[in-house]
Design a protein. Structure first.
Lengths: 477, 196
């Protein structure tokens, strides 16, 4: 049984308020042969400048240090890719550093940028992430991804990360999902929702108008997961500009939107799921110990936490982040989420880890319709919409950029600029994508607070990023 | 054919022999939709790494001898004293003292059960396993962790009793030398090179 000290459980504190002022992203696709990575990063940076009515050169004058998220050097076949991008963005001689935490790289990049501003080291920092996953065919790509597992104990077993991950999915499927056909359909609904939302997103790689049956008919990858349950492999870049209050206000003088308060917290857990040891469930502010007393009775086999059914890292990231931002009930106080839907089932697991539903009851978040922009059962707004970007299943998973894309997408919602940015005909044309005739405005009305979860592999690293309209804070800090 | 790279350790240093990389030419990538203009170039490369198992070498060596090793913290001041690890850990993650190596072969044969599994229809490049791959995680008495491995015979299910098998003939000295079969499997059904 592992225990944690009070010092380890201390709620992190930023030394001064930190703001996300603007952000941007490139087109995302499986392959972008016509552009080098630096071109994608410049696309993202230029968009960030334009959203606050500055030129890229004007915006650069404010930046003091740079944080670059790029996970897989071996995918891009370029060590020190960060130095290449930094040079091409013309940001020498500013200090810069590369950040790598697997699938959580984007979130970790924001974590570093936020801490640097909070500490006073910089008043304005660039967080930029990208990934280039089109330099090898898919089989070799799967091999390269499998290198993120333990090379002696796991990678040789099939050289396919899905296998290392999916054993956890199987356990969840059988213990909490009870291997029910109805649960399998619920998972399929998530894929339908995310591919469907991607249709409204010109940046998105996999817009699809599909049905539950289409998902259930797609090829089995690792039962019960099928091809349409899985996230994408992508190329693309995303960035955010992180500032202290004074700089944020100065940069926003000509901006149509206000800067947003930002908090980022991080958690971790064993790289190998095999190493997970027993512990008590760390409780979130909206949970009580009593509610889990009979978990093992209600779900046979669920008496071992985290076992293979939960992600301790996600729970810890949420625990820290809720404390930092003053969230006592995420269901009531947040207006939207972007979750790391590497697989449909991991989406469900995360609902529980971050307290949207108690352990064992994540499926209800989908089945109730709460996770939709518009609840399909009532026709009214969903209570807490998730992954309106399309997520990793519908929009993209350009690993180093993913966590930043999620946060940027939430920002566009809180700025109430979602329709302007995603509905712009020129953008659809520029990306050579056809805007659907039934394009729908997915702006979440009244969005004031959102959270993004950025998650590495089997849960080795997870970050929770909370964005808030500064006029709707929950605590003064 | 060129000789594959081989490595020995002598006087604390690697001694290498044979070819550790192979040369191949670049080829252009052209845009078939745009007058075959140049887009990029392929970068073929094949190389062999030299990797040390360090303090885990004993585990991988033992597989080729039909023995499954775990490790246990026995440090008197450790709050997690007695925790037994498989995957094998050289050091206790709590007190960072060196763990004691223990033989758990008999325990595995007696009490191993599938904790979870996954039948994977795909594999990545360089995989040496046949598809579908039956990933299993195994829990057994006295071990605090849940080792990942693969099932060589039968269809996995949670709770299934399994026993370890070892590739004692032509071992690869990797984790692939350890596999599992349902309890009661006759020896003659094992794949070539494997023994109980």
């Amino acid at each position: 049984m592992i225990t944690f000290s009070e010092r380890q459980l201390k709620i992190p504190r930023l030394m001064r308020p930190v703001y996300l002022v603007t952000g941007g992203q490139s087109k995302f696709d499986r392959a972008i042969p016509e552009k080098r990575t630096e071109e994608l990063c410049i696309d993202a940076f230029t968009m960030a400048a334009e959203l606050i009515n500055l030129s890229p050169a004007e915006l650069k004058r404010y930046i003091h240090s740079c944080y670059y998220g790029h996970f897989a050097d071996h995918f891009g076949d370029q060590l020190l890719g960060e130095a290449v991008i930094h040079d091409r963005l013309g940001l020498d001689p500013l200090g810069n550093v590369g950040i790598k935490t697997g699938g959580a790289t984007g979130g970790s990049t924001l974590w570093e940028a936020v801490k640097t501003v909070a500490s006073g080291y910089s008043d304005c920092a660039l967080a930029m992430g990208w990934e280039r996953m089109d330099e090898v065919p898919t089989d070799e790509g799967n091999f390269l991804i499998s290198c993120a597992a333990d090379k002696d104990w796991e990678s040789a077993l099939g050289q396919i990360y899905t296998g290392y991950y999916a054993v956890m999915a199987q356990r969840y499927w059988q213990i909490f999902g009870k291997a029910e056909e109805s649960f399998r359909r619920t998972l399929a609904e998530i894929s339908v929702k995310h591919h469907g939302y991607a249709r409204m997103n010109p940046f998105a790689q996999a817009p699809l108008k599909i049905s539950v049956q289409d998902v259930l008919n797609s090829p089995v990858v690792a039962y019960p997961l099928r091809a349409l349950d899985c996230c994408l492999m992508s190329v693309g870049a995303a960035c955010a500009i992180i500032c202290d209050e004074k700089t944020a206000l100065e940069l926003s003088k000509s901006s149509p939107h206000k800067p947003l308060r930002i908090w980022v917290a991080a958690g971790s857990h064993t790289l190998r799921p095999a190493d997970r040891r027993r512990m008590e469930i760390p409780l979130l502010p909206n949970e009580t110990k009593d509610q889990y007393r009979d978990l093992g009775r209600r779900f046979k086999g669920a008496d071992r936490y985290p076992g293979f059914t939960g992600f301790l890292a996600a729970r810890m990231a949420a625990l820290y982040a809720y404390g930092m931002a003053g969230i006592s009930d995420p269901k009531k106080e947040l207006n939207l989420l972007e979750l790391h839907d590497a697989f449909t089932i991991s989406d469900v697991q995360t609902y529980e880890d971050i307290g949207i539903r108690p352990y064992g009851e994540g499926r209800d978040y989908v089945e109730s319709g709460d996770c939709y922009h518009t609840n399909p059962h009532t026709g009214r707004p969903g209570k807490l919409p998730s992954n309106i970007s399309g997520g990793l299943i519908g929009c993209m998973h350009a690993v180093g950029a993913t966590g930043i894309m999620q946060v940027f997408e939430i920002a566009t919602q809180i700025w109430h600029r979602w329709a302007e940015i995603h509905g712009d005909d020129r953008r659809w044309k520029e990306f050579n994508r056809e805007k659907p005739s039934d394009w729908t405005d997915l702006q979440v009305k009244g969005a004031k607070r959102g959270m993004a979860i950025s998650h590495a592999g089997v849960g080795s690293h997870v970050t929770a990023t909370i964005l808030m309209d500064p006029d709707h804070l929950l605590i003064a800090n | 054919m060129a000789m594959f790279g081989q490595v020995f350790v002598k006087k604390g240093k690697y001694r290498i022999k044979g070819d550790f990389h192979h040369l191949a030419a670049h080829t252009p990538i052209r845009d078939a939709d745009n007058a075959f203009s140049l887009c990029g170039v392929t970068n073929p490369r094949e190389l062999t790494y030299i990797h040390s198992y360090g303090g885990e070498a004993v585990f991988f060596e033992s597989l080729s001898r039909g023995t499954l090793l775990a490790s246990r913290c026995e440090h008197h001041a450790c709050e997690c004293r007695g925790t037994t690890y498989l995957p094998f850990r050289i050091y206790c993650p709590d007190c960072l003292k060196r763990n004691r190596v223990i033989d758990v072969t008999d325990e595995a044969k007696r009490s191993a059960r599938i904790y979870t599994f996954m039948v994977c229809e795909r594999s990545g490049a360089f995989s040496l396993l046949e598809k579908p791959i039956k990933f299993i995680n195994i829990a057994f008495d006295g071990i605090d962790t849940v080792l990942m491995s693969y099932l060589s015979l039968g269809e996995p299910r949670i709770g299934m009793e399994v026993v370890p098998i070892f590739k004692r003939r032509d071992p690869s000295y990797t984790i692939l030398d350890l596999s599992w079969v349902p309890k009661g499997t006759p020896a003659e059904e094992l794949k070539p090179g494997f023994e109980f």
